[in-house]
Each structure stands twice: as structure tokens, then as C-alpha cells.
Design a protein around this ligand. Sequence first.
Ligand SMILES: *[C@@H]1O[C@H](CO)[C@@H](O)[C@H](O)[C@H]1NC(C)=O
Ligand SMILES: *[C@@H]1O[C@H](CO)[C@@H](O)[C@H](O)[C@H]1NC(C)=O
Ligand SMILES: *[C@@H]1O[C@H](CO)[C@@H](O)[C@H](O)[C@H]1NC(C)=O
Length: 507
Amino acid sequence: MGSSEKVWVLALCCTLTMALAGSSSQYELALEDLGLSYDYKDALGKAILFFEGQRSGKLPASQRVKWRGDSALDDGKPDNHLQVKLVGGYYDAGDNVKFLWPMAFSVTLLSWAAVEYRNEISSADELNNLCTAIRWGTDFILKAHTSSTTLYTQVGDGQADHDCWERPEDMDTPRTLYKITADSPGSEVAADAAAALSAASLVFQGVNSSYSKKLLSKSKSLFKFADKYRGKYNESFPFYISYTGYKDELIWSAAWLYKASRDEKYLNYVVRNQGWSESALEFSWDGKFPGAQALLAQEFYGGKKDLSKYKTDVESFICKLMPGSNTLQYNTTAGGLLYVRSSSNLQYVTSSCMVLSVYSKTLMASNIDGIQCGPTHFSASQIKSFVKSQVDYILGNNPMKMSYMVGHGSKHPTQLHHRGSSIPSIHCHPSKVGCNDGMSMYFNSNSPNQNLHVGAIVGGPDSNDHFNDLRSEHSQSEPTTYMNAAFVGAVAGLLDETRGASATAAE
Ligand SMILES: *[C@@H]1O[C@H](CO)[C@@H](O)[C@H](O)[C@H]1NC(C)=O
Ligand SMILES: *[C@@H]1O[C@H](CO)[C@@H](O)[C@H](O)[C@H]1NC(C)=O
Ligand SMILES: *[C@@H]1O[C@H](CO)[C@@H](O)[C@H](O)[C@H]1NC(C)=O
């Protein structure tokens, strides 16, 4: 490309991001001044847009996040002789490794949001974008499942990648392949991939039935692999170590398979193994029980009375979170944020909100007035209000008076711990920025990130509601796909609350 064109591209990419930031902050201020709710529609759209910034592979013409370019176009190469092609999928956080496990969890959460809040998301005109985000992940999972007993679970050497600060477009660290097989199984990951494909198959049911059927059949194959060759993933893969084992993932995937297929085989599986279910302390990429229990509690209310253990267990999880409950396990900060732990706390906030939101909806739809936590009763709307308080905290109602979503609100994180976002766009700065230059010039710099990664939610503040806007503080400033994915469901559940507010603000 000629140098005059380069200048033009530079101007374009910079003005585009600036424009987005400017318009949103004005809108936000107006809403706050009016004392109205936050703009959940804007937050939903941006939370979904974030996924385009996390894309690996060849970007389509419809790509809206313009600072990104094609990357990792040779992924799968070491096994090309086996016809393996692993281009695509998502980078899971601020790094350039593709970890299938959190990718699958993120896709399941996005699909769950689409299943539960289809009408709300459709009214907000975001259903197509959400389906596209889901499909970018499912297409990759389909590619990674190359035989009935093979699933590629990671592309990229985690250590080499973490020691290097490069844009994905420049990446030259080893793209090592990791896979699970009958001989070296990893039931957590195979089951999670099965859950993702079943959940997505529900989303595509009325949209693309051939794709939906394909997802369901591959989901069944993955579940069989996970269940028949039981083994812990952590033995050979130290980056994502499961502390909860694989029973939670097996129940989670069987619950999704039952929901997607209505095949009694999967219902019998969750009934037979309900002794595995326990009242968990968290819902996360590692621990799936609360999500599985919330799904199966819906079946309980739908008439499957032998699933009552799951209902009891999810209610006990909720009782551990709701302020004022006598079985409370986690405190909220002085500013009102659920606080689970210092490492990327907002991941637990958003994932808990997803479960609380779906559960309160289930209670309302079943005409149940709420849940009992010892002597204290919480109505479905009290549970939903707690979700709203957490979403509002993330969007700006907090002691720092800032939004924890990049590009939403007038003040938000500027030093996202994210390689691609911190280094100038390949379109503005085409020459390569190697590992060490990236580290010294951009990671160690005290300047704001070069590209606004619109929609990225960060790990969030500490237990004193304090946020260090520093790239090096990754537990506070790094985004992840599963945080954003859980937030999509949590904020979608609140969309009906802003209909009046948005109309007023738009006038
Ligand atoms: C449905 O999915 C298939 C892939 O399985 C794809 O080739 C086709 O274009 C999709 N159809 C529509 C209408 O999106
Ligand atoms: C895997 O997890 C088990 C217990 O959950 C533990 O005993 C073992 O040391 C772990 N292996 C690795 C490689 O971390
Ligand atoms: C919650 O806060 C109270 C009072 O500060 C403290 O005593 C308690 O240990 C905290 N609980 C948890 C689970 O952190």
C-alpha cells in the first residue's frame, strides 16, 4: 500500500475509535443527570462487539473492530499432514493463545444469553451480532474435534506467549498444538466443548437448522468422549488447572444436551448422577455446578420432579451471595460490589449475575414468589435488583465513579492489559513490533492503550473499591471472553428496565 493510503488509514482508525468513545460518554452523562438507569442497550452492544477484537484468523469484510487484522493464519500447521486446520476462534484474554476450555465456556454463556433473552436482545437489534459471535467460536470447536476421540485444546505455547508482548498480527512465538485423546483424556474440556455446541445448537434451531443439527451431533460425540474416557485435564496442561474436577462439566454438558435434544438418555444421566451435585461457592470456567443446577431447576419447575436436588443446590448457592442472607459466604465491598477474590473479581460477579438473573426469571415464569435462605426470604425481584446493582456498579455506579467497561461512560480503564490493544494497530503502524520492543515500548509504558478495545470489561477493583489503572496489574486490568460473555446475559436480563429511559434520553 502507498504511503498516502497509510496516512488515510491512520486517520480513519484513530477517528473511528475516538468517535465511538465521544458519543457514548455524552449519552451516558445525560442518562445519569436524569437519574435514570444506565444505558443497558449500549452496554450490551459493546459487550458483544468486544468479541470481534478477540478474533483469531482471517477477518471477514464485516469486521467492525477496525484496529485488528488477520492473525495466526497457519494455526494447525504442525498437524497439517493429518488435515488439521485450526485457523479461527478467539484469544481468551490479553494474550495470543487459543485455549479451547475458556473459549467453550464463553460460547456456552453467550448462547445461554441468546436462549434466555432472545426477545430482549432481538429488540435491541443485537441478535445477529450475538449469533455471529457464537458462530466464530463454534466453527472453531467443530474444527478442533477432528475424530470421535480427539479434541485440540490449545494452540500456542503458553509460556513463550506470556513472556512476549506482541500484537496477534505479528505473533512469532511457537504455535504448539495440544490435544486430548483416548490415551490422554481431559473430560473437563471435552464436556465443556459439548456444552457449548449443544447450547449453540439451540440458538441456531430456527435460524439455520442444518448448522444446528451439526452442532448437536458433534456435541453428542464430544460428550461420549468426555464420559467414556474419564480423566483430568490438568495433568498435562498446566495453564488452566481444574480444582473442581470434571463431574461438574459432565453434568453441565448433559443438562445442555437434554435441553437441546430432549433425549431421555441425558435426563437419565443427570438423575442417575445427582449425587455428584453439590452446593458450590462459585460459577466459573472451572466450576460449572451453579449453572448446571440453574438449568436443571428449570426442568424441575417444568415437571421433572426428580431433579429437586439441583434446585436445592442452586438456591443454596444464591443464599451464599445475597446480602442479608444468614448463610452469606461473600461480602460486598463498601461500594456494594460482590467480592469473591482479588484475581479478576469481576469474572465471579458477572457469572454469578448470569445465574441469578436466569434463576429470578425462572421463578417469575413459574409463579414462585422467591427463595428461602434460613429465616430470610428473597423475592425473585429482590434477586433481580441485586443483579441490577452489580451491573450498575460495573457501568459506573461505584466509588471510583468510573465504568469498568472500556468505551462505555466518560471515565473507563485506559491501560487494558491486552497486547493487541496496547500496541498501535497494524494498519497505523505496519512494521513489526517484536516481543522485546513490545515489552519495553508498550507494556512498560505509562501511556493509555493505543486502541480502544470497546466493550472490554476488566478484572475490576480491589476489596476497597479501588482500581489501579495499570497495565501491569493484570488481575485488575485484563479482560477475558468469559467475563464479557457472562455480562451479556446479565445485562440482557435488565433490558426491559430501560425501555422508558432510553426513549426519554433519545428525545
Ligand atoms: C447454515 O450453515 C451452513 C454451514 O453448516 C452454511 O454453509 C450456510 O451458509 C448457513 N446458512 C445460512 C442461511 O446462514
Ligand atoms: C491435578 O489435580 C490433582 C488434584 O485435583 C493434583 O493432585 C495433581 O497434582 C494435579 N496435577 C498437576 C500437574 O497440576
Ligand atoms: C465479611 O465482613 C465481616 C466484617 O468486616 C468480616 O467479619 C467477615 O469475616 C467477612 N466475611 C467474609 C466471607 O469475608
